[in-house]
Ligand binder design. Structure first.
Ligand SMILES: Cc1cc2nc3c(=O)[nH]c(=O)nc-3n(C[C@H](O)[C@H](O)[C@H](O)COP(=O)(O)O)c2cc1C
Length: 236
């Protein structure tokens, strides 16, 4: 088992042009570091120009133990973990308060790669949230400020009226970040990378190896044979 390398933290932001930031190049060259491996894969999908490649499924659990899942965007990554931003009054925000543990899953179809991450969740510093908030388009800031995420929409007209009122109120100045709009960091305790048989066998479909599933795609037996599975657990 490998531990997460905590030396010399690099700070990497995910923007419109992919991941960039201080220390990224040196981080990417650390061969056995699971975060570095993730960033290399992430850079591959950026270069493939996969739409929404930074989208990740985020699973949380309510206090009644009912799990829920939705997509959010990965907005930062460093040795500490995976950062996303949301309205903390939302369902996910409430669930993370009740149980600050979560799981993430990425899937990039063109190269059949999946990454799963599990760990604990903490709030990022207000300065980090402010920094990201400042990069958002004004219209998104207004919409996020005027709405309650996960709340039932009573009427579209009343929501639009709230956005318009707010736009007038803050005309000519910056839209302040709402107190409840926060960043969260999932600190990984386990990272699993999975790649399709097609990729590991250089283009062969699964059935060329086992012939048991009777068609294109992946069958269980082939996955068991050829999947590249890297599980890193740091929890004791
Ligand atoms: C591709 C994609 C990216 C999204 N990114 C975010 C995000 O970064 N933050 C966020 O709060 N919601 C994001 N959403 C909306 C969430 O999936 C979800 O609908 C919303 O946050 C409410 O979720 P909840 O009620 O479970 O809290 C995204 C949706 C999609 C489809």
């Amino acid at each position: 088992m490998q531990g997460l390398n905590t030396a010399a933290p690099a700070v990497i932001r995910i923007g419109r042009n992919g991941a960039h930031g201080r220390g990224m190049t040196s981080l990417m060259t650390r061969r056995h570091d699971p975060i570095a491996k993730f960033i290399r894969w992430f850079d591959d999908v950026r270069r493939l120009k996969i739409p929404n490649y930074e989208a990740m499924a985020l699973a949380t659990t309510a206090s009644d133990r009912q799990p829920s899942v939705r997509f959010v965007l990965l907005k930062g990554i460093d040795q500490r973990g995976f950062v996303f931003f949301t309205d903390s009054r939302s369902r996910k925000g409430r669930e993370l308060r009740a149980n600050p543990r979560a799981a993430l899953a990425f899937y990039w179809q063109p190269n059949g790669r999946q990454v799963r991450v599990e760990g604990s969740v903490e709030q990022v510093a207000a300065s980090e949230a402010n920094e990201y908030w400042a990069t958002r388009p004004r219209q998104s800031q207004l919409a996020a400020s005027a709405s309650y995420q996960s709340a039932r929409l009573r009427s579209r007209a009343s929501l639009l009226a709230r956005v318009t009122r707010l736009a007038k109120k803050v005309r000519g100045r910056e839209v302040p970040r709402p107190h409840g709009w926060l960043g969260f960091r999932l600190r990984p305790e386990a990272i699993e990378k999975f790649t399709s048989a097609r990729e590991t066998t250089g283009g062969a479909g699964c059935c060329s190896r086992r012939g048991t599933c009777g068609g294109e795609g992946l069958c269980e037996a082939t996955i068991a044979l050829t999947v590249m599975r890297i599980v890193t657990r740091t929890a004791t």
